[in-house]
Design a protein. Structure first.
Length: 145
């Protein structure tokens, strides 16, 4: 499939098939690793690239290019946790970049995916706690009057 700037992908298969041949093998492997690392995640296209959602929260994205592939987002916590990891990956802004000329670092990507899942779970817990605190606060205020 030839892509243009206006191509709107409907599936991850369609996205991968549209990438440069050199990137397709790596992207298929990244997809497999992420799916195994995030059981129960919903696989979607978001921002026109593959994404994985857990409990409605976007956890991880990936994208392919001519010379590299990337995983998003590389949060500050993720960068801090993995900055000293050996390997050929690079952190660029909020992106984790991998050269297509190198083997896919399966175990590293598994750990990154699981880390992102934990970050998402922590965000959900914090949102839930904040909502519970607000509703409890309102009930307590009403009981006191």
């Amino acid at each position: 499939m030839k892509t243009t700037a206006r191509t709107k992908f409907k599936s991850v298969d369609e996205y991968i098939d549209a990438q440069p041949q050199v990137a397709q093998r790596a992207l298929k492997q990244v997809r497999s690793v992420v799916r195994k690392s995030l059981p129960g995640a919903e696989e979607v296209i978001s921002y026109n690239i593959p994404a994985y959602k857990l409990h409605g929260e976007r956890v991880l994205f990936f994208a392919g290019f001519k010379q590299h592939y990337s995983i998003y987002p590389a949060t500050k916590r993720l960068i801090e946790a993995f900055k000293d990891e050996p390997g050929t990956h690079q952190f660029k802004s909020s992106t984790l970049r991998f050269a297509l000329s190198e083997p896919v670092p399966v175990k590293f990507i598994q750990r990154v995916a699981k880390f992102r899942a934990k970050e998402a779970a922590d965000r959900i817990k914090a949102k839930t706690a904040a909502r519970m605190g607000v509703s409890h606060g309102s009930a307590a205020d009403n009981r006191g009057n």
